[in-house]
Design a protein around this ligand. Structure first.
Ligand code: NAD
Ligand code: MG
Length: 395
């Protein structure tokens, strides 16, 4: 029996994870579920899964959940505050941690799980983008197991040799890999002109054609920043250089990514676009379990299209590739500026095409340093946030 903590249980990935866990009560039990606020989103899951702990970061919301659960006869103990996130991630009883908090807020609790040597299922790509070097060193040092949940990275992992850790430590080439083909749906505005992009609303940006996701990643998918963050994520996960990764737009989102070998073989992982597949894969790895996702009907799928990304219309991807090449704290700065710009877009303070402009201005102004420790990363993150906010105010 595996005990599982879900960081970010009230979100899109969190609820898909709970769905998979509920199909296998013989294999998994929930140890803790966490959310930032909005306790009601966690309430039903607490009754269904009866975790030992629930964490709601905001104290008043945590109190409300505790009172509600008590009245229902539940024995779940509700904790509050950010420290509690790390505690339930690192607790000795826990085997597996699903890291599904969105954004930089996930870094510290996810690192706590790594430092406690857990099996960490990583959805929170921002953690790796911000602090990939520190993060991957901690995985090795504490003998944690890191498995990718992002559908593309999970696909790449599945297309690599059975125990990729054995060859990846010496670089991709020692696994016989020539390059990684990272697929992108192109988002809801793939065919929009520059002029059309300027008028895009948050509602349109959050309506992704193939995937149902949280608001932040939906906007990232629409700007293609998501693919940029994923390219950086792939560099750390698979010890690749940015030049070894080619972004390919594939609007159907049926192929979730591909790996090209030196002999010319290209391996792809296909499936219906449903995050329960990578979640079930990582939960049970190296075994396989049912996820609730139906099989792929190739006849209905009928065709698979591919095209190159347009880095002029979608300059966020270009900025991310540049930050990946630059290294150091540049990806942390890119990520922080993006989080602030996306939040401002969702609050209608800036337009859709202002998002990359804000990020570019921040990247030009914040000096890049070596991310020796967490403090350096967090300082770069804070500086980028302050600057992005002041640029947005001045617009
Ligand atoms: P979401 O917005 O639906 O959920 C986010 C979760 O994080 C919620 O439980 C929320 O309470 C929690 N949270 C937010 N801010 C927090 C804070 N400051 N402190 C503690 N908890 C906080 O997001 P999502 O779509 O589930 O995405 C989660 C992560 O997974 C993101 O990093 C995203 O990029 C990644 N991801 C998501 C998908 C998807 O299909 N949704 C696919 C691939 C990767
Ligand atoms: Mg993805």
């Amino acid at each position: 029996m595996q005990l599982v903590t879900i960081l970010g249980a009230s979100g899109s990935i969190g609820s898909s994870t709970l769905d998979v866990l509920a199909r296998h009560p013989d294999r998994y039990r929930v140890y803790a579920l966490t959310a930032f606020s909005q306790w009601r989103k966690l309430a039903d899951a607490c009754l269904t899964h009866q975790p030992r702990y629930a964490v709601v970061v905001e104290p008043a919301e945590a109190e409300a959940l505790q009172a509600w659960l008590k009245a229902k006869g539940s024995e779940t103990e509700v904790l509050s505050g950010t420290q509690a996130l790390s505690e339930v991630a690192a607790a000795p009883a826990v085997d597996t941690v699903m890291a599904a908090i969105v954004g930089a807020a996930g870094l510290v609790p996810t690192l706590a799980a790594v430092e406690a040597g857990k099996k960490v299922l990583l959805a929170n790509k921002e953690a790796l983008v911000m602090a990939g070097g520190l993060f991957t060193r901690a995985v090795e040092q504490h003998r944690a197991t890191l498995l990718p949940i992002d559908s593309e990275h999970n696909a790449i992992f599945q297309c690599l040799p059975a125990h990729p850790q054995d060859c990846l430590s010496e670089g991709l080439a020692t696994c016989g890999v020539r390059k990684i083909l990272l697929t992108a749906s192109g988002g809801p505005f793939r065919e929009y002109s520059r002029q059309q992009l300027e008028a895009v609303t948050p509602e349109q940006a959050c309506a992704h054609p193939n995937w149902s996701m949280g608001q932040k990643i939906s906007v990232d998918s629409a700007t293609l920043m998501n693919k940029g963050l994923e390219l950086i994520e792939a560099c750390w996960l698979f010890r690749a250089r940015p030049e070894q990764i080619e972004v390919v737009v594939h609007p159907q989102s049926v192929i979730h990514s591909m790996v090209e070998y030196v002999d010319g073989s290209v391996l792809a992982q296909l499936g219906n676009p449903d995050m329960r597949t990578p979640i079930a894969h990582a939960l049970a790895w190296p075994e396989r379990i049912a996820s609730g996702v139906s099989g792929l009907d190739m006849i209905t799928t009928a065709r698979l299209d591919f095209e190159a990304p347009d880095l002029d219309r979608f300059s966020a991807l270009r900025l991310a590739v540049e930050a990946a090449r630059q290294g150091g704290t540049a990806p942390a700065v890119l990520n922080a500026a993006n989080e602030v710009a996306v939040a401002a877009f969702l609050q209608r303070q800036i337009g859709f095409t202002d998002i990359p402009k804000v990020i570019e201005s921040v990247l030009e102004r914040v000096p890049v340093t070596e991310p020796e420790d967490l403090l350096v990363v967090q300082t770069a993150d804070q500086e980028a946030r302050r600057l992005a906010q002041s640029l947005i105010k001045a617009r």
